[in-house]
Design a protein around this ligand. Structure first.
Ligand code: ATP
Length: 235
């Protein structure tokens, strides 16, 4: 579904991502893990066109997107839940959700049906639809950010460190929702520093360090990899 080939990103002259290649197949959850500053966020942003990638290819559902602006990529079926959630705190839950439908509103079904789906998935959001988003708990804000991304009816949902700053119980609930989306067949590219959780959920994973992919494999092979156990799982 997504084929990233030899992607590179630099900020001014400083390289952040070098020659990164990986693929995501339909229905898979793929974990992209690595330490702070490894280039994970830059990779997601380059896939969506939010930062320039001077070289490399982004193939998605048979189309080449690397020269397209972000809105074309969203219409093609990509969505990103950014790090830090970036909801609009002064708007209600429902208004935040409606914004997510905006880019694809003309092409796909009515926003009402999408809202119903978001509320079915996240019942807590339904209970709080008129509440200002800034008054939600961290876990609820993360669900709102995911619900908003799903409002564009993406084929591939990308999440950037969704567990960051959440309490352990909220992380558990978040991962139950991600698991449910996986079971429904949604394809997910998950960037995480919560490595154990991400690998447990994922079908396969890639490890990015200093802008390069240094390991890749199935969930089992990565969870049993000595280097990953020592470096990321503290076993
Ligand atoms: P984190 O988990 O801390 O978000 P990351 O793996 O997502 O890390 P990136 O945020 O992609 O990594 O950063 C990769 C490198 O690019 C880092 O050295 C970072 O300082 C640099 N970088 C990221 N964004 C910018 C920017 N807008 N301008 C300049 N340098 C940047």
């Amino acid at each position: 579904m997504l084929e990233v080939k030899r992607l590179s990103v630099s900020y001014d002259v400083l390289p952040a991502v070098f020659d990164v290649s990986f693929e995501v197949r339909k229905g898979e959850v793929i974990a992209l893990i690595g330490p702070n500053g490894a280039g994970k966020t830059s990779t997601l942003k380059a896939i969506l066109g939010l930062v320039e990638a001077p070289s490399g290819q982004v193939g998605f559902l048979g189309k080449r997107l690397e020269r397209e602006p972000p809105w074309v990529r969203v219409r093609a079926g990509l969505a990103l839940v950014p790090e830090g959630r970036r909801i609009f705190p002064e708007m209600t839950v429902e208004e935040n959700l409606e914004l997510g439908a905006y880019a694809t509103a003309t092409r796909r079904g009515k926003p009402g049906a999408r809202l119903d789906r978001a509320y079915t998935l996240f019942t807590r959001l339904a209970e709080r639809r008129r509440q200002l988003a800034g008054t939600l708990s961290g876990g609820e804000q993360q669900m709102l950010a995911i619900g908003r991304a799903l409002m564009s009816e993406p084929e591939l949902l990308m999440l950037d460190e969704p567990s960051l700053g959440l309490a352990p119980r909220a992380i558990e609930v978040l991962y139950e929702h991600l698991e449910a989306l996986h079971r429904e067949g949604l394809t997910i590219l998950l960037v995480e520093q919560f490595v154990y959780g991400a690998l447990e959920l994922a079908d396969r994973g890639y490890v990015l360090e200093r802008g390069r992919i240094v390991r890749e494999g199935t969930r089992e092979s990565l969870l049993h990899d000595d280097y990953i156990q020592k470096t990321y799982l503290a076993l």
